[in-house]
Design a protein around this ligand. Structure first.
Ligand SMILES: [Zn+2]
Length: 308
């Protein structure tokens, strides 16, 4: 491999923002560029942003491969982005397009899966073969690492924590069902519940500030959300025998506010003969988990293809 061009061009496509980066193979971010957009974007818009990021970062100079993360369903084997929530985009040959833009081989997968992969390669789970990653932000998603590998499941939807039922006849979820974890504990729902009770809509960050200042209602909101997250975790732990769970995403930045509810639920719901101890930790990767996940995907896929 040409040492001068061994870096990775990473593209983190979010629902309302894109972050491009140049990373080395230790997952360190050397340069980055970001842009924001409204959710009704077209595929053409998105790839125009990728072109811009690639140019601004001068990634053609020292990168040799591209890794990308997308919201929704992505087939890592065929490189097709099958379905994107909110935007309505579907069946986009994303890796072919990225190769066309960059001239590099390209890999892509779902953002939550890649956060889990980043944790395994660069984060808190470097020596842990089995764990669950949960993103708690505007939505809730999960990524499963089992037997030292990312587990995607036969329908590529494994780890969909956000749609575990945690409250019978609970709030209506975006998926059309009731009482899903996402409908009971995501940032969007915390804001919605607060608005219903108080008539003003506050972002989760603001609600977290209020809670830290001792506002009883905000504290109770996070505690309840933590309890639901803990219920979801308990189901996963009881099913899979996991002992490590990593929380990331914007709402998880308020980990200490969620923790009492999570601990409560674990104490109530985990089958402890089989699972003596469960560690629930906050991701050390912060807001860059997905971007680092792009680099982790490249390493993982290169290794997998070499071993075939
Ligand atoms: Zn749902």
């Amino acid at each position: 491999m040409n040492v001068m061009r061994s870096l990775i061009f990473a593209v983190d496509i979010g629902g309302s923002k894109m972050v491009c980066g140049v990373l080395n193979r230790k997952g360190e971010i050397l340069r980055q560029w970001r842009t924001e957009y409204s959710p009704g974007y077209s595929a053409e818009d998105l790839f125009q942003y990728v072109r811009e990021g690639f140019r601004v970062l001068n990634a053609g100079e020292d990168c040799s491969v591209c890794g990308a993360t997308v919201p929704g369903l992505c087939d890592v084997h065929t490189g097709r982005w099958l379905y994107a929530p909110f935007s309505g985009l579907s069946d986009i040959p994303i890796t072919d397009i990225l190769t066309e833009i960059t001239g590099f081989p390209a890999y892509a997968d779902n953002d939550v899966n890649l956060c889990a992969l980043a944790e395994r390669y660069f984060g808190a789970c470097r020596n842990i073969r089995d764990f669950l990653w949960i993103t708690v932000s505007n939505g809730i998603g999960g990524g499963l690492f089992l037997n030292g590998e990312l587990y995607r499941g036969s329908r590529l939807t494994a780890g969909e924590m956000g749609h575990l039922t945690v409250e019978e006849n609970g709030r209506l979820c975006g998926c059309g069902k009731r009482g899903c974890l996402e409908a009971m504990a995501s940032g969007a729902y915390l804001s919605a519940i607060y608005e219903e009770r108080n008539g003003i809509r506050l972002p989760t960050k603001k609600l977290a500030e209020l809670a830290r200042e001792g506002d009883e209602e905000a504290l109770a909101l996070f505690r309840t959300a933590g309890t639901y997250i803990g219920k979801g975790i308990s189901h996963a732990v009881n099913l899979l025998g996991l002992d490590t769970v990593v929380l990331g995403g914007g709402v998880a930045e308020s980990f200490s506010l969620l923790e009492p509810g999570i601990s409560d639920a674990l104490a109530h719901c985990v089958f402890d003969q089989g699972n003596p101890e469960v560690h629930v930790i906050h991701s050390p990767l912060g807001q860059y988990a997905a971007l680092k996940g792009c680099a982790a995907l490249v390493l993982d896929e290169e290794m997998r293809r070499q071993s075939i």
